[in-house]
Design a protein around this ligand. Structure first.
Ligand code: R5P
Length: 305
């Protein structure tokens, strides 16, 4: 009889599934994912899942629309094939920023995605630093025990290891009010103070940032945000911090989406460094998220690594 727990990775989550299986000391299986000639997704689960506790990992990072279809086909097949427990790990939950009808007529994307998740009858969903600003009860919304973990503690561990002397005179900066939650966690872990800037979004690519008496003069400013997408927020925040006389800037984020030429634009800022986790794979994804997820899974599912 195969061991009870099995980890499976989707096309955008294989790197995390591999680490998770190692950290948890459980079997890693595979799912075949190809396309029909007309572009439709084809899924085939290549391992026995009947009666097993299955942890399926896929991050809605690159090509989110296609990855969502891949994920839903796989999870539904796993249930249908008799998995006794089904846990979805979605380190980057796309569509979460559209959590309100900001303009008349807009789709509230995360609510629609959650409705689709509800049909899968999952046991639990694990994600990382998802925008939950306007969602109070994700467990009811998604129809499964919902864990929103943080990647900020993993980023802080990385900074402690690689930048301990630079951190001796540093301040943590949240680039907007919503980033206060991440700035507070990083400040606590690094035993530093934090400040939060004020952001006004002018369009999908343009923001205006102002400082609210941030004291960064002569210090290293360590920015922490959940997402870097176009880079607009970070570019504006760096301008403000430099105007305030900071000595240097180090940028960290959990999900380095870095669309288009965002990375090249950030390079031009001559930052001390740009560091992200691997919830989204990019040039700056140097911090593995698997340890944070493995810890939560081990605790919830009573797995002993
Ligand atoms: C917004 O609320 C998020 O926390 C990020 O600040 C935002 O998504 C970053 O986007 P961009 O890099 O396009 O400014």
């Amino acid at each position: 009889m195969p061991p009870k727990t099995l980890v499976l990775g989707g096309s955008q989550g294989e790197h995390i599934a591999l680490r998770l299986a190692r950290l948890l000391g459980v079997e890693l299986g595979s799912v075949e994912f190809t396309h029909f000639p007309d572009g439709e997704c084809y899924i085939r689960v290549g391992v026995e899942v009947k009666g097993r506790q299955v942890i399926y990992v896929n991050s809605f990072q690159r090509m989110p629309n296609e990855t969502i279809v891949e994920t839903f086909l796989t999870l539904d097949a796993l249930r249908d094939l008799g998995a006794s427990e089904l846990h979805a790990v979605v380190p980057y939950m796309a569509y979460a920023r559209q959590d309100e009808r900001f303009k008349p007529g807009e789709a509230v994307s995360i609510v629609t995605l959650a409705k689709l998740f509800r049909t899968l009858n999952l046991d639990s969903i694990y994600t990382v630093d998802m925008h939950l600003h306007r969602i109070t009860d994700p467990t009811t919304l998604f129809g499964a025990r919902f864990r929103n973990l943080t990647g900020v503690r993993e980023l802080a561990k990385y900074l402690k290891t690689h930048y301990s002397s630079a951190l001796s005179d540093a301040v943590i900066v949240g680039p907007d009010e919503e980033a206060e939650q991440w700035a507070a966690v990083m400040a606590e872990d690094l035993n530093l103070g934090y400040t939060v800037l004020e952001k006004k979004r002018l369009s999908a690519t343009e923001v205006k940032i102002e400082a609210r008496g941030a004291d960064v003069k002569g210090k290293l400013a360590v920015i922490v945000d959940d997402i870097i997408s176009t880079g607009g927020t970070i570019i504006e925040a760096v301008k403000v911090l430099r105007d305030l006389g900071c000595k240097d800037v180090l940028v960290t984020c959990v999900h380095p989406i870095l669309v288009g030429r965002a990375y090249q634009k950030l390079l031009q800022l001559e930052l001390l460094d740009i560091v992200g986790t691997d919830t989204v794979l990019s040039t700056v994804s140097r911090v593995p998220i698997a340890p944070a997820i493995a810890q939560a899974l081990a605790r919830d599912l009573k797995l002993e690594p």
